[in-house]
Design a protein around this ligand. Structure first.
Ligand SMILES: NC(=O)c1ccc[n+]([C@@H]2O[C@H](COP(=O)([O-])OP(=O)(O)OC[C@H]3O[C@@H](n4cnc5c(N)ncnc54)[C@H](OP(=O)(O)O)[C@@H]3O)[C@@H](O)[C@H]2O)c1
Length: 282
């Protein structure tokens, strides 16, 4: 019997790499996202594609209904859809902040809530939440994103304790910086939020660093993240959390070990020198 996985945000980046890896390993893959054209590649590779905005309750329910009527089971849910609503806290609009929490937090929980009864009835299942190293340490100008990822971490921890007695395992995937389209969206949001404010100059330089990060040496590739997701989904002993990737461990270890004032000072120094380097080049 083929195992069945549902992956959200499968139209690009980490979700797309994960979809391909599960397909290569013989799984039935339900690849979900909003963008039909970008999902087409997954269909060509053999995935069952589904248009679903994870914030839309009717679409979420229809997707789970479809999976159960077609495949009759769901072994793994990969909650991966997400983005970065970057910007200084005072500049991010209420609407944008709510949307960030809706996609990265509420939708993740609602997807898990739909998967839980199915997996409980099966007596087995895995929920793999793609959070971030940024769910355990904060940098400036990403307050709402970090808040959403901290919340996703908390939800993952609670789900893990609640569902373990029913044979359902829950893991958090906590990558550092990964080479996807994520940084472009985060940089665009940062510029949008900062324009015509006191932060404009800093936001523009920080956005330049974010979008230029694709050129960083040793940047984590989506396949590396996909392999961690696959481990959480298929290994006999999945880990509760997978912290890895470019800058991820350094950030979290720094945050954990250093006094807060030192961590803040280090961040400001790193950020300041990166800004200076960026400004020198432009
Ligand atoms: N890249 C990094 O450095 C990094 C680091 C740590 C954690 N992460 C996390 O990894 C996850 C995947 O990001 P990525 O790096 O692969 O970025 P990406 O290439 O931009 O992919 C994000 C995916 O999420 C989907 N998505 C966004 N909003 C959605 C919505 N409302 N409903 C359904 N799908 C939605 C997008 O598809 P559509 O637009 O087609 O819907 C897309 O497939 C995110 O949760 C991100 O926060 C990324």
């Amino acid at each position: 019997m083929k195992r069945v996985v549902l992956i959200t945000g499968a139209s690009s980046g980490i979700g797309r790499a994960a979809s391909e890896l599960f397909l290569q390993n013989g799984w039935t893959v339900y690849a979900a996202a909003r963008n039909a054209a970008r999902l087409q590649l997954q269909a060509e590779l053999g995935a069952v594609t589904a248009i679903c905005d994870v914030c839309d309750d009717a679409q979420r329910r229809a997707l789970f209904g479809r999976i159960m009527s077609e495949a009759g089971r769901l072994d793994v849910l990969v909650n991966n859809a997400g983005y970065g609503e970057y910007g200084p806290i005072e500049c991010v609009t209420d609407e944008d902040a709510k949307r960030q929490m809706d996609v990265n937090v509420h939708a993740l929980a609602q997807m898990a809530a739909l998967a839980a009864p199915i997996m409980r009835a099966q007596g087995s299942g895995r929920i793999v939440n793609v959070t971030s190293a940024g769910g355990r340490a904060t940098t400036g100008f990403g307050g709402w994103y970090h808040a959403s990822k901290y919340a996703a971490e908390a939800l993952t921890d609670a789900l893990r304790m609640e569902l373990r007695p029913f044979g359902v395992r829950v893991s958090a995937i906590e990558p550092g910086l990964v080479n996807t389209g994520w940084e472009k969206i985060a940089a665009e949001n940062l510029v949008k939020a900062g324009t015509r404010t006191v932060y404009e100059k800093t936001c523009r330089s920080a956005a330049g660093i974010l979008s230029g990060s694709v050129r960083f040496k040793g940047l984590t590739q989506p396949l590396t993240v996909a392999k961690k997701i696959y481990h959480a989904a298929a290994a006999k002993h999945p880990r509760p959390r997978y912290l890895f990737g470019f800058g991820g461990k350094a950030l979290v270890v720094g945050k954990t070990l250093l006094p807060t004032a030192w961590y803040d000072a280090l961040m400001l120094k790193l950020y300041g020198s990166a800004t200076e380097r960026f400004l020198e080049k432009t």
